[in-house]
Design a protein around this ligand. Sequence first.
Ligand code: GAR
Length: 196
Amino acid sequence: HKKVAILLSGGGSNMVALLDSMTGDHPARASLVMSNDSEAGGLKKAAARGIATAAVDHRPFKGDRATFEAELIKPLIAAEPDIVCLAGFMRVLTADFVTQFQGRMLNIHPSLLPKYKGLHTHARALEAGDAHHGCTVHEVTAALDDGPILGQATVDVLPEDTPDLLAARVLKKEHMLYPAVLRRFAQGDRTPILLS
Ligand code: GAR
């Protein structure tokens, strides 16, 4: 099996979707779930599923990304991942860090990239009056929320939508898209997946 490490900062619903998908004839298995926050709900969910976890809190490093990443990478390297999945990991990674996993690190972002890189994607899509919104899985490169697109899933924006309502519908699509892309990627296939 290919080894997958998953990095998260929050509740980890995408991480759970990825873990639940890696059974049977799936070519990959999770070897580590990591967070920049030892209190992240996702860590408990991973541990409950028997997956090794690690946390390196970013706060003591007070914005010194290089030193934070030097610690973050230790358990990550020890897990010998073939693939690293960012799943709601909310720290920006430096080019130095990303380069070490170039071509084998994936991210899920809650917008139809290249639209709405960064934060508050659902509010920004509503504000713009977009008819469609969604999520993207892409290869991580040094540029934020950039890199080759491996899959996208679309939702219709509804008249009564709020950022929270829209986020919830997009999140359901994330849980379908990310496992589909990971399976294909683990088989060495980078053909983009389009879901609607
Ligand atoms: C997801 O919507 C993910 O796309 C987003 O955070 C959420 C995490 O939810 N990621 C980003 O905004 C990355 N900049 P989860 O912890 O339940 O998977």
